[in-house]
Design a protein around this ligand. Structure first.
Ligand SMILES: C[S@@+](CC[C@H](N)C(=O)[O-])C[C@H]1O[C@@H](n2cnc3c(N)ncnc32)[C@H](O)[C@@H]1O
Length: 378
């Protein structure tokens, strides 16, 4: 018997709801109603070895394709700006767009605490699937969605219209908000940011909310809902979710030059570098060295600062490890000091981190705004 999209859709909605008992039934119902097969293009990229291989619907057949569409998976649709439809063989690079896994879209919407009647700006339309879920729950007239890439935005508009949704769609840099005047009650991003863009504050009503993943070049993120007070300061706490969306294009790391280890100044480390395999530890490291990327883990941590070219790398020595540091920043010291502070704060999990933010100054803290804190690179 051929695969039945309606049955697959219902099964996906039920799976997501049973995996997250706190999920509001409206998001489960939206997943059960929105035909994802109209949003996932007829080819997607699969991660094979260290590259991306296009998988075409015509190669695998309709049934396997529908099963794939209705798995709770992210399907990459664009790599380094190259659409899967224009790709014949494997390519390398970083994903620049995808159809996000439905459970993550639903979870993000749940965290945003959106209410009927609210006017919502979504940043990162992608395939339009998450936009459709928002339309289903809040009504088309309340949803504005903006996508950076013109081709993706055109395709998303066609997907949404085919599914019967007609939100306001725009093409541009959603980090600059969307439209003037813009009186949103909520902004929700399906791309990550290194800091909260100032325009988001200016386009939000008092009491409005911003929901996004705050990420960086060490590739760890925290999901947060910030609420704007009437003095223009946003406050919130991170959720426990260890998830991330791809970085907003203007916040992506610039291309790296070839990396060569330099011996630099050496000293024994106070901590096991393998600590950076923990999500929270890496989150702290990213706060402490916000323009650094992390290129190796385990005992062989490699940190490279994109802004200054400073580097730090570790290696085992005797019963411990040594760090080599070179350049104007002492990257390992910065990271290690922060990790020790985090450990003194009880090795806090993500829910103990919070954020206080204005357009000019954004602080992530542990416990309370008076606790250990770090500035985001605004
Ligand atoms: C993870 S995908 C979004 C997936 C989408 N929500 C879906 O369900 O199909 C992230 C999207 O954000 C877009 N994006 C990145 N930076 C952006 C920006 N500054 N403004 C608007 N869109 C942006 C990317 O082009 C990409 O399509």
């Amino acid at each position: 018997m051929p695969a039945d999209p309606a049955a697959l859709r219902l099964a996906l909605a039920d799976d997501i709801a049973s995996g997250d008992p706190t999920l509001d039934p409206s998001w489960r119902d939206a997943v059960a109603a929105v035909p994802r097969e109209l949003f996932v293009p007829d080819a997607v990229f699969r991660h094979v070895d260290s590259g991306w291989t296009p998988v075409h619907r015509t190669e695998i057949g309709d049934d396997d394709w529908l099963t794939m569409v209705y798995s709770d998976s992210t399907w990459v649709t664009q790599v380094d700006g190259q659409d899967v439809a224009d790709t014949e063989g494997p390519i390398t690079g970083s994903p620049t767009s995808s159809a996000t896994l439905p459970s993550l879209v639903a979870r993000t919407a749940q965290v945003a605490e959106l209410r009927p009647g609210q006017r919502v700006l979504e940043v990162g339309t992608g395939t339009g699937y998450s936009t459709a879920l928002l339309c289903h729950v809040l009504g088309d007239k309340n949803i504005v969605s903006i996508e950076y890439d013109t081709g993706l935005a055109t395709a998303a508009a066609a997907h949404l219209h085919a599914a019967g949704y007609h939100p306001t769609l725009a093409v541009g840099d959603g980090l600059r908000g969307c439209g003037e005047p813009a009186d949103y009650d909520a902004i929700i991003a399906t791309c990550s940011v290194r800091h909260i863009p100032p325009h988001w504050f200016w386009q939000l009503n008092d009491g409005g909310s911003l929901t996004t993943t705050v990420c960086g070049w060490m590739q760890v993120a925290g999901l947060i809902r910030l609420v704007l007070d009437d003095e223009g300061t946003a406050h919130g706490r991170f959720t426990a979710d260890k998830i991330t969306y791809m970085l907003a294009r203007p916040h992506e790391r610039p291309p790296s030059p070839l990396f060569f280890k330099i011996d630099g100044i050496t000293s024994p480390t106070r901590l096991d570098p393998a600590l950076l395999e923990w999500w929270e530890a890496r989150f702290v490291a990213q706060l402490a060295a916000p323009s650094a990327e992390l290129m190796g883990t385990g005992s062989g941590v490699i940190l490279r600062d994109v802004a200054t070219g400073s580097q730090a790398w570790t290696e085992p020595k005797g019963a411990g490890w040594i760090a080599h540091q070179h350049g104007p920043l002492r990257l390992w010291d910065q990271v290690e000091d922060a990790l020790l502070e985090w450990q003194r704060a009880g090795a806090a999990d993500l829910t103990e981190f919070g954020m206080t933010a204005t357009p000019e100054s954004q602080t992530v803290w542990i416990g309370s705004p008076r606790g250990p804190s770090w500035q985001l690179p605004v």
